[in-house]
Design a protein around this ligand. Sequence first.
Ligand code: AP5
Length: 224
Amino acid sequence: MQRPTLALNVVMLGPPGAGKGTQAERFARTHGLPKISTGDILREAVVAGTPMGQAATATMDAGELVGDEVMIEIVGERLTRPDTRPGFVLDGFPRTVAQATALDGIMDGRGALVVIDIVVPEEALLRRLAARRICGSCGVNAPVEWIAACGTCGGALVVRTDDGNGIVRERLRVYHRQTRPIVEFYSGRPTFRTIDGNQPPDVVTASMDGAIREVSVGPGEVRA
Ligand code: AP5
């Protein structure tokens, strides 16, 4: 008898600059899954000037977290869409124990979460975030070979508004205070894995693929 194929539901954890977005993008593209980045959703709302974007701007620019209620509603709605049925890659959510608890509720009956925690030393995080440039138009992280303009849309490259030195240090403090506890929340689960993110991006991609394969029992199937 053929076993039903389960969804591949991936959650990326890690401090600011760990490479969550970079790896989420690669994994989602390779596996044909939607990448859901709460940071991107918020930045798009800021650019569009929606009420949510206007409310979130000051919080994000201060390096603090947007309220749990708003974030849980955004992700809860996004995960009702049909494109998430085969699975998804979540980048930037959950970020608090309250969000992680809510996600368990949202996932009830939808299969296990594969949780990947990317670990990178603080000096490397500070270096990466100080060096990062993004496209001022489409928001994508600029690879080093883009000198002045975005290779995708031609927009000018700029510093992300929350990548200033003081704000990055606050983001790291917020990570340790509010987000790090969710590593404990997930670490006892059989589908939790830690990977070394202080390696070249392709090596991190291979580690992540290997870790996800290890907890999977077949294509798209995850041991609960
Ligand atoms: P968010 O956008 O999620 O930011 P973050 O978690 O601080 O993460 P970053 O985007 O800075 O880093 P990353 O780990 O994705 O690394 P990346 O791949 O970009 O959130 C921003 C704000 O939104 C929050 O502060 C908060 O205010 C709000 N927010 C979002 N979600 C929320 C939630 N759930 N609840 C409440 N508030 C929320 O890489 C970083 C740099 O390093 C890039 O330049 C990249 O090219 C480079 N790089 C990547 N990998 C490597 C590597 N292996 N080696 C060398 N360089 C690398």
